[in-house]
Write a protein of this length. Structure first.
Length: 337
């Protein structure tokens, strides 16, 4: 049975991290060359296919919206079975044929935050037999600030409203899947082993020592700091719609099945985290030293360049003097003749 796993969630909520983990755990994402990978704000990659992004943007346009305008869209269920929607079905099948699992791969993962909106369109295909989802959600204040930092939006309120729209539609659409599990971004960073244990039953993978390297290759424990906690608490008191949606997300998370995490794995995970933290601290110190050395080198290089230019000026002036002397000598010789 061919299973397609959708990574659901709002932009800047950790969907890339989840997809990275799925790849490490053996799921197929498609040809590496087809992925829209890497960026200054995501060095391990975005794990998004450019053809999937393009089709999703096309769908949103037909629905009367765009990536950052999703509040007043045409009903996607109607669109899926409309003449235009049915004519685009071949595009979905064409893309999905490229990402059918190969060999021992456990399934295929597909990620693009826009799928939270367009999911009904993607499950209407004849390539895969069943559909499951991993839904990751994050504090809306953190999401909005991250989007502002990246230049996606200019107002915090716009980011919060987008968070509400994406997560509302993602929850509703997730009910169309065979199974879905919910994970919270902050917990994934603080306790990645426990949160991964929520995902593994969906993949029919056991939690053992072999799984730990995959987890810590993806999750950076140095990111453990909760941002905007006070602003988030205030938002929940000011916006009942956000508070209700956050509560619903939390309830969905609690209802998901998970694997027990043995004490041995917990202890080993702690050791790994301590080693990683020490290693990354040493790496940061080394990076600072390298930067300082580079600055010193560039300063020295600039000084030597200035000295070289000064010497070149002296040489050029001397050459001019020599030419003047040569001309004078030639004139003197001419007088003698």
């Amino acid at each position: 049975m061919k299973t397609l796993y959708f990574v659901l969630g709002m932009h800047r909520s950790g969907t890339s991290m989840v997809c990275d983990l799925l790849s490490e755990l053996g799921l197929y994402l498609g040809d590496e060359a087809a992925l829209n990978n890497f960026g200054a704000d995501n060095l391990r990659g975005f794990f998004e296919r450019s053809d999937v992004i393009g089709l999703n943007e096309q769908i949103l346009k037909f629905l009367g919206g765009s990536t950052y305008q999703v509040d007043h869209l045409q009903d996607i269920e109607e669109f899926v079975f409309s003449s235009k929607g049915m004519s685009m079905k071949n595009s979905v099948d064409s893309i999905l044929k490229k990402i059918i699992p190969r060999g021992q791969q456990k399934g295929t993962a597909l990620k693009d935050p826009r799928i939270s909106i367009t999911l009904p369109f993607w499950i209407n295909n004849s390539i895969f037999d069943q559909f499951k989802g991993i839904f990751i959600y994050r504090n809306p204040i953190e999401v909005a600030n991250s989007m502002m930092t990246r230049g996606d939006i200019v107002e915090l309120e716009k980011g919060i409203d987008l968070w509400r729209a994406y997560n509302r539609k993602a929850i509703d659409n997730s009910r169309k899947l065979n199974e879905v599990t919910f994970v919270r971004y902050s917990d994934f960073i603080v306790d990645p082993v426990v949160e991964t244990a929520r995902i593994l039953p969906l993949l029919d993978i056991s939690l053992d020592l072999k799984t730990l390297p995959s987890i810590y290759k993806v999750v950076d424990p140095t990111l453990r700091h909760e941002k905007y906690a006070e602003q988030f608490a205030q938002l929940l008191t000011e916006r009942q719609d956000i508070a209700d949606l956050w509560t619903e997300l939390e309830e969905c998370r609690v209802s998901c099945r998970t694997l027990p995490v043995s004490e041995d794995i917990v202890q080993i995970a702690k050791v790994i985290e301590e080693v990683l933290l020490d290693y990354r601290k040493e790496y940061a110190d080394l990076a600072t030293k390298v930067k300082d050395m580079d600055t010193e080198f560039r300063t020295g290089e600039k000084w030597y360049k200035e000295q070289l230019e000064n010497h070149q000026k002296v040489i050029d002036n001397n050459l001019k003097d020599i030419k003047i002397l040569e001309d004078t000598v030639r004139k003197f010789q001419g007088f003698q003749e």
